[in-house]
Design a protein around this ligand. Structure first.
Ligand SMILES: [Zn+2]
Length: 108
């Protein structure tokens, strides 16, 4: 898959990871097949590959959601087809997102 390069030093603030791919089939080793970039929100949109200058576009989907975002926002969980449960008691799990039974009890 693509490589990740970092354009800014770790400052403690969260920076979104954007994934880009060349608009055309051509590209260099770096950008062909897509690449990821950590960018501050305030930075301008990346329009060209930093290596070869070919026009690139952002990929809207978030293929690395689980890797890059530890947040288990119920809306995200549900959107990606998962069901999330929260332990609400001894052996009892309450559904917070997704499809499935609203309560799971694992009482023996
Ligand atoms: Zn390139």
């Amino acid at each position: 898959m693509g490589r990740t390069i970092q354009l800014a030093s770790q400052s403690g603030s969260r920076m979104p990871i954007y994934e880009y791919k060349p608009k055309l089939e051509t590209g260099c080793d770096f950008c062909s097949g897509g690449f990821e970039l950590l960018r501050k929100i305030s930075e301008p949109k990346l329009l060209a590959c930093p290596q070869c200058g070919v026009a690139v576009e952002r990929i809207i989907s978030a293929p690395n959601l689980t890797k890059s975002s530890p947040s288990l926002d119920p809306a995200n969980v549900e959107k990606h087809g998962f069901t999330q449960y929260r332990k609400s008691g001894k052996g009892v799990y309450e559904k917070t997102a997704g499809k499935g039974p609203s309560v799971i009890s694992s009482d023996d």
